[in-house]
Design a binder for this molecule. Structure first.
Ligand SMILES: *[C@@H]1O[C@H](CO)[C@@H](O)[C@H](O)[C@H]1NC(C)=O
Ligand SMILES: *[C@@H]1O[C@H](CO)[C@@H](O)[C@H](O)[C@H]1NC(C)=O
Ligand SMILES: *[C@@H]1O[C@H](CO)[C@@H](O)[C@H](O)[C@H]1NC(C)=O
Length: 278
């Protein structure tokens, strides 16, 4: 015979400092007599928690787990041998075995804890734009953090002397009013992309002074991470446009001149015009 356990299909992902319940339960009702439940670090003798002879045995567990491992004694009668581990540390990452012996049955299951790591990516290449254009500055949060666990996302322009708040997202809301006046009404998130962890910023009608480095900083479950995007080479200032217009005008007049000369040359009275766009 063997017990059939239910548990998570993948590792439990939890941030440092948080609490996590390591699930271990069976459907059948077990006799409480001679029931023993042992939680250990997999592949080692480290005892995380022991339940024996109708009670928890703190004297036999590893010191470090004394105050941090919580067993739900009242749940045992329902076949639930889960363990709560508080105040997760970096060393807690790894596999745990839950071993159950009863009078007739025994079995074990493995549960893995992984630390949540917050990964934020921006753009490796700098973005160039022309004055007056709209640009998108990329910022994405690693997919295994669900958006409801994202407490805050701030976009700031990092200048030498001070940081300027460009756009803020907090508690499921975009707080447009907190943007610096330079950016007010010119910035937005792609609302439909937020559930995918995509906090890219749309900056409308780019100005010359927008040039610089932008930082997207994300806070989630006590962790924070950031990514930067550089906005550079704001082409086509007013003087560029003037020069461009002059060039077009100049080549236009030259063409017109050629045309007039060509038409004045009598070749069987025909005058063919071709306009070529380049
Ligand atoms: C087992 O007990 C813990 C603590 O009460 C609870 O969080 C968990 O949902 C229980 N599991 C099941 C399957 O009942
Ligand atoms: C944000 O939304 C999620 C799901 O709608 C909810 O669980 C969470 O509590 C909300 N957070 C805040 C701070 O309102
Ligand atoms: C985020 O959304 C923007 C706007 O739709 C898009 O351009 C960008 O590629 C998206 N980023 C990712 C990583 O999907």
């Amino acid at each position: 015979s063997g017990l059939i356990f239910h548990g998570p299909s993948g590792p439990l992902v939890a941030p440092l400092g948080s609490s996590v319940v390591l699930p271990c339960y069976v459907d059948e009702l077990l006799s409480m007599e001679d029931l023993e439940v042992e939680w250990r670090r997999a592949g080692s003798e480290t005892l995380v928690h022991l339940y024996q002879d109708g009670e928890s045995r703190p004297e036999s567990q590893q010191q470090d787990y004394h105050d941090r491992a919580h067993f739900f004694t009242d749940q045992i009668q329902h076949g639930n041998f889960s363990l709560r581990l508080d105040n997760l540390t970096a060393e807690d990452e790894g596999k745990y075995t839950c071993k159950v012996h009863s009078q007739n049955d025994s079995g074990e299951t493995v549960v893995q804890i992984k630390h949540a790591r917050l990964l934020v990516s921006g753009s490796n290449v700098s973005i160039s734009a022309s004055v007056g254009e709209d640009v998108t500055l990329n910022c994405s949060v690693d997919s295994h953090i669900t958006p409801e666990h994202i407490e805050e996302v701030s976009w700031k322009k990092t200048d030498e002397d001070e940081d300027i708040l460009v756009l803020l997202y907090q508690n499921n809301q975009t707080l447009s009013d907190s943007s610096h006046e330079r950016y007010r009404d010119r910035v937005e998130f792609f609302t439909a992309e937020i559930p995918k962890g995509n906090f890219s910023l749309r900056l409308k009608s780019v100005r010359t002074e927008d040039k610089g480095v932008y930082m997207c900083k994300v806070f989630s479950g006590g962790l924070s991470a950031n990514a930067t995007v550089e906005l550079e080479r704001l082409g086509f200032s007013v003087s560029h446009i003037m020069v461009l217009i002059l060039c077009i005008l100049a080549s236009g007049s030259a063409l017109l001149l050629c045309f007039i000369i060509y038409c004045r040359t009598p070749i069987k009275g025909k005058c063919v015009t071709k306009i070529i766009f380049k």
